[in-house]
Design a protein around this ligand. Structure first.
Ligand code: SDX
Length: 423
């Protein structure tokens, strides 16, 4: 196959280099297009447009494949924990025992957050959405980390990376406890990462909490499957903000704000609210499957469909299986899990969804596990942020390391009024 594509534009003919990736994906390099022709490409929502070359995560949407640094998500979910996964995404390799212990202990040692940030969290109304709280708290945290602000200083970036992975579970837990009217529980250096998060979330006022290994395993699994997903909306936002040489904390806050949207990470919260609405409507699944395809109704099946996956989202498969195991172990019947399964069955037999290749995505079943653990629904997207943090950090680092790194500044085709004068 030729390593160039030919473009004919009026009288002009232009050869575009074809970039071929390690999985044989092809990208047409249009970096010389405007200079040679004055024309640009247009691609609303970047459906067909690659923003970069990346060696972190590979997706094959047609075959439902997801790999972090070459390892299948199913393999990682079975053999690793979230700390291993963070290390893998940040360093490109799984840690050996010594690397893992040094990475893990460095994070645990930094899980406490300054009292000023705790005061900021307490300053929010208890009705505040925790995504608003954590985004503000991360910015506040950065003002206590003046020695971690330079995006071009490798040591400062390494400290900020470790500091963010360490602090986010604490900030997340405190945002929940504040809205629940509870006092804050300090992290315990004797506990692991997930164990600390669950304890800070659910301990009583004396800091007492009995850790359930099933919950720890389920939490690790959910964090792992959310850890990265190549150039999704929030990761692209982190790259975009970082490309202006904004500091790492500010870049991550950009990702948190993008993830909050119900079309993106906010779908896990929206999905459970949708399932509750169906439950309250006599479990009338067929009615909502019909609503979802009514063009005059902006209702969508939350947790369904994906820009890349045109096959079953491998993460949804992993989570659905974990739901079965956890609910069985806890001898729990969650009516929403039953409704989700019947909704999936009806939708996947309906031509509207089949024709559009709409399948359950990562957000469809995750809420069932969060509910079994006792996570309130408003915290679901915060948990998504906790999982996605290492992916955001890895992509930000890769963006800065790219030899072609420059500020992201797309073009447009102007369609407004042509030149005119004020009369
Ligand atoms: C995440 O990008 C990532 O990798 C994201 C993510 C990650 O890990 O970072 O995987 C996490 O964000 C998962 C997606 C969570 N969002 C939802 O579950 C919200 C519901 N789903 C959608 O709104 C939608 O499917 C998107 C946003 C996920 C994808 O949107 P696209 O690719 O822009 O597709 P589209 O909106 O153009 O839909 C194509 C067609 C349309 O119908 P037609 O105009 O062709 O007739 O499919 C229909 C849509 O109306 N459609 C749906 C639907 N999703 C798409 N119809 C009903 N219910 C849905 N959920």
């Amino acid at each position: 196959m030729s390593d160039t594509a030919k473009l004919t534009l009026g009288e002009q003919e232009l050869e575009l280099p074809i970039i071929v990736g390690s999985e044989q994906e092809r990208g047409l390099d249009i970096s010389k297009l405007r200079g040679a022709t004055g024309a640009i490409t247009l691609d609303e929502g970047f459906v067909n447009t690659g923003s970069t070359q990346s060696g972190i995560t590979f997706l094959n949407g047609e075959q439902g494949i997801l790999r972090y640094c070459g390892y299948a998500i199913e393999d990682i979910a079975e053999k690793c924990d979230f700390i291993d996964t963070c290390y893998l995404l940040l360093h490109g390799e799984l840690p050996n025992e010594q690397q893992r212990e040094s990475f893990r202990s460095g994070i645990i040692a930094e899980m406490a957050i300054p009292s000023g940030v705790q005061d900021l969290i307490r300053s929010f109304p208890t009705s505040a959405h925790p995504m608003a709280i954590i985004s503000a708290a991360i910015q506040a945290l950065s003002t206590h980390r003046a020695d971690q602000m330079d995006p071009l200083d490798a040591d400062q970036v390494a400290s900020a990376t470790q500091g963010l992975i360490a602090a986010l579970p604490t900030i997340a837990a405190y945002s929940h406890r504040h809205t629940a009217g509870q006092t804050f529980i300090a992290p315990n250096p004797e506990l692991g990462y997930v164990e600390n998060f669950l304890t800070m979330m659910f301990a009583d006022e004396n800091g007492e909490y009995e850790i359930d290994q099933d919950f720890v395993d389920a939490m690790n699994l959910l964090l792992i499957v959310h850890a990265d997903h190549e150039q999704n909306c929030s990761t692209s936002t982190v790259r975009m903000v970082g490309s202006a040489n904004s500091n790492l904390y500010a870049s991550i806050v950009g990702g948190i704000c993008a993830l909050w949207g119900p079309l993106h990470g906010g779908a896990n919260e929206a999905c459970v609210k949708m399932l509750k609405m169906i439950a309250d409507d006599n479990n009338d699944v067929a009615k909502y499957v019909a609503k979802a395809q009514d063009k005059d109704d902006n209702f969508r099946l939350m947790g369904f469909g994906h820009r890349v996956y045109k096959n079953y989202d491998p993460r949804a498969k992993i989570i659905k299986k974990a739901c079965d195991v956890l609910l069985e172990k806890l001898d729990l019947d969650d009516p929403l899990f039953e409704i989700a399964q019947s909704l999936e069955k009806v939708a996947l037999e309906d031509s509207y969804f089949v024709d559009r290749k709409l399948y359950p995505n990562v957000d469809f079943y995750s809420g069932v596990i969060y509910r079994a653990i006792g996570i309130p629904v408003e915290m679901f997207t915060v948990l998504f942020s906790l999982g996605r943090l290492p992916g955001w950090l890895a992509h930000w680092q890769e963006m800065h390391a790219s030899p072609g790194k420059r500020i992201c500044r797309p073009r447009q085709v102007y369609t407004g009024p042509t030149a005119r004068e004020i009369q």
